[in-house]
Design a protein around this ligand. Structure first.
Ligand SMILES: Cc1cc2nc3c(=O)[nH]c(=O)nc-3n(C[C@H](O)[C@H](O)[C@H](O)COP(=O)(O)OP(=O)(O)OC[C@H]3O[C@@H](n4cnc5c(N)ncnc54)[C@H](O)[C@@H]3O)c2cc1C
Length: 356
């Protein structure tokens, strides 16, 4: 039985490990902390390509409405999207339980150090590096700066308080002279009856040096969350890597998820691509790492090209123009086009550019 080491117990690593074990490989997963803890995410699970379906655990609600705010506020029907608000901790703990059931040996509190990678390459037949961005492999081989240079930056608060005014919706807001957005993603009530939301801001201009913490405090006031009834209980941040490095394979190592630079260049979401790349890597094990890269690019190329083009078009527009686009998309119901993965192609972008 060929031996596989998976580094990291996020969505990419957990799906890769379970898939590889299901295919008869001898799989060990090493996680530096505890699975389901220290998660940096707004927890909107957007299965853009409609290949994954509803998460097996941790679903808080199916998102029914997307609220976009530029100069005005627009409510879009999101029921045709595969979009759920989830509790990632619950989800990942369940994924871990299922992986163990399939035979994966999970070692928590076991960081893989860059200096140990060369030796691990000789002990294991394959290594799937799902350690996020920048991954262990990049630190061992000296390309970790690539991720910082090709990533969106974020700051996020976990906020306790009443978010019933938003309901089963996610809110996204745009600001003047800012190529990024803020979000309010309510999580509903937890087991103790506490209501929380992830409130954050992301900047997708790699050259920008904006103070996101100050900007998020301004958003807090704008959204009237400084009313004394909402309390910030956790502050976190992180990067969303939006470019694949030149190579995804290094000898017998394969990079998946954030380690492969796989968050959306349009909105920074990456849970779905972490899952897809983890499964693709595990499925390619029998044919070798080269097959992985080819299969993954085949699966994601059109989607990423589409999102790149839309992001590029957005970058060229100011807040008033973004508001006009939202208004027109709302009136003509053009956003419905975007719930069909097959329409994610350059022709659709050209068509939309003509209209807008
Ligand atoms: C603020 C923020 C909000 C986001 N919101 C969303 C969202 O709403 N929807 C969405 O789809 N995406 C979102 N993303 C992106 C999403 O979180 C990632 O794309 C996704 O978590 C990637 O999964 P992954 O398995 O590749 O990596 P991760 O989830 O980062 O998992 C990596 C794992 O590896 C472990 N690890 C790291 N180093 C080592 C080591 N040396 N040895 C062993 N283990 C190690 C870590 O502890 C971690 O458990 C957000 C990102 C940020 C920063």
């Amino acid at each position: 039985m060929a031996k596989v080491l998976v580094i990291g117990g996020g969505p990419g690593g957990l799906f890769a490990a379970a898939e590889a074990a299901g295919r008869g490989f001898d799989v060990t997963l090493m996680e530096k902390g505890k699975i389901g803890e220290d998660i940096r995410c707004a927890e909107g699970f957007f299965d853009v390509l409609k290949l994954l379906g509803k998460p097996c655990a941790g679903v808080r609600f199916k998102v029914e409405t997307l609220i976009f705010e530029a100069r005005s506020t627009y409510r879009f029907d999101a029921r045709s999207l595969n979009l759920w608000m989830i509790d990632r901790s619950t989800w990942q703990k369940e994924l871990s339980r299922r992986a163990v059931e399939k035979g994966v040996k999970i070692m928590e509190n076991s960081p893989v150090l860059p200096k140990d990678l060369e030796k691990l390459k000789t002990i294991y037949d394959f290594i799937i590096d799902a350690s996020g961005a920048p991954p262990v492999t990049s630190r061992a081989l000296g390309f970790s700066s690539f991720y910082k240079q090709n990533s969106g930056k974020t700051v996020q608060y976990l906020v306790e308080g009443d978010f019933s005014h938003i309901g089963n919706a996610l809110k996204v807001g745009f600001l003047p002279d800012f190529w990024g957005y803020y979000w309010i993603f309510p999580k509903g009530k937890d087991e103790q009856g506490k209501e929380t939301a992830n409130v954050g801001i992301g900047d997708f201009n790699p050259l920008s040096r904006r103070n996101l913490r100050n900007m998020l405090d301004e958003v807090f006031k704008k959204e009237r969350l400084d009313d004394g009834n909402h309390k910030i209980v956790k502050i976190l941040g992180g990067i969303c890597p939006t470019r694949m490095p030149n190579r995804l394979t290094y000898d017998n190592i394969m990079l998946v998820g954030d380690a492969a630079g796989l968050t959306s260049p349009l909105h920074g979401g990456g849970i779905d691509m972490a899952v897809l790349s983890g499964m693709t890597a595990a499925r390619a094990l029998a044919d070798g790492p080269a097959k992985y890269e080819a299969e993954l690019k085949k699966l994601l190329y059109r989607r990423l090209q589409f999102e790149d083009m839309v992001a590029e078009a957005w970058r060229r527009r100011n807040l008033d123009q973004v508001d006009n686009i939202l208004s027109l998309a709302h009136t003509l119901r053009l956003y419905k086009l975007l719930s069909h993965p097959r329409l994610m192609n350059p022709l659709t972008v050209k068509f939309l550019e003509l209209i807008f």
